[in-house]
Design a protein around this ligand. Sequence first.
Ligand SMILES: Cc1cc2nc3c(=O)[nH]c(=O)nc-3n(C[C@H](O)[C@H](O)[C@H](O)COP(=O)(O)OP(=O)(O)OC[C@H]3O[C@@H](n4cnc5c(N)ncnc54)[C@H](O)[C@@H]3O)c2cc1C
Length: 377
Amino acid sequence: MATSVPQTYQALNGKTAHLGRHAIVIGASMGGLLAARALADYYDEVTLIDRDALPLAYEPRKGVPQGRHSHGLLARGREVLDQLFPGFSAELVAEGAVPGDVGDAVLWFNHGYYLHNVHSDLSGLAISRPMLECCVRRRLLQLPNVRIREGYSVLGLICDRDRNRVTGVQVRARNGADDVETISSDLVVDASGRGSRSPSWLEALGYAKPREEQIKVNISYKTQLYRRRPEDLHGKLGAIIAACRPHWRHGVILAQEGERWTVSLGGYFDDEAPDDEIGFVEFAKSLPTPELFDVIKDAEPLGPILTYQFSTNQRRRYEELSRFPEGFIVYGDALCTFNPIYGQGMTVACTEALTLVSAWRKVRTELHRVFSARRVD
Ligand SMILES: Cc1cc2nc3c(=O)[nH]c(=O)nc-3n(C[C@H](O)[C@H](O)[C@H](O)COP(=O)(O)OP(=O)(O)OC[C@H]3O[C@@H](n4cnc5c(N)ncnc54)[C@H](O)[C@@H]3O)c2cc1C
């Protein structure tokens, strides 16, 4: 890994307000890192807590199993990351991420039709998910008031005597130590992902659980890495083949750092790509367009074929609850999880950092209601 480039620390909205002494963020994946970046302008100290040991190298980790699968960063996500961390894209490109015009360098096949490739002002970055997360974490930790406690699981929330305000969390080290530790804070942000336990934690404090909106998709993902050759895909950086008649199968191929392709194939409702080499390539042949098959039929596979099952899009409607404690927010996938084929979860986590800042400008109480409903300018 190259050494990081020092950058000027800039407040998001040009000036800071002091909202409190200490903020805690549960989860140090993309959502948590971005929330922490927003909080750093407003709190003296920000502590991220993650149950994983966080790798220094660009490697997948247990707490983010989707990190092994194809991740594309939309142009808006890249734009916000550059706003939050000036010079970030250039830093990534210097380390091997592949920049490209999303309108021109990527082949799009939607609803049974190719989109015209045209130059756009939408600039994307082809990069593996672990590299992106690692680089965001590295930049975040350059802020003097942010730190991470890795290897700690958050067990629950603590609150004041009247149970009106969350005042911290209880944690336990994952290395076997039995002691439960209490960490106090003025704000707790839950960015612990789709499996968030906030509904149960709130219930334990006497609050109702939020209504959950779900859309069942039962989508399967099988992912394989391949060596990338310059002539592949006629020099384009990716192809997104959205499902359409007759098979409703989808495929994604995206360039990554290290001259690699990441290829994900899948279908809906129990239609899965096989996890053997020959079957995987045959499945690619059944996609509505041939580009993906043409690349992988004689490309060199790197590593095993990996599986991910995604059952439902899900949104937890915290803003509808008539009672909700102050000093607590739910963020990122913990709040709302999207079908991965939209490739938007990380970008939503980026824009939520800006939403949080706008929400603070608007209100000081019932922050969760404004933030969760995204009713801010
Ligand atoms: C197969 C797949 C492909 C995807 N592809 C894309 C894509 O192309 N583009 C895109 O933008 N998005 C994509 N996404 C979505 C993206 O991965 C997420 O939106 C993104 O990671 C933000 O999630 P998060 O940080 O909120 O939660 P997560 O990434 O799930 O992270 C949760 C973190 O919380 C930690 N944690 C959990 N519980 C605790 C606890 N009790 N105590 C301490 N720590 C805890 C975990 O260790 C983890 O680090 C994809 C998702 C999937 C499943």
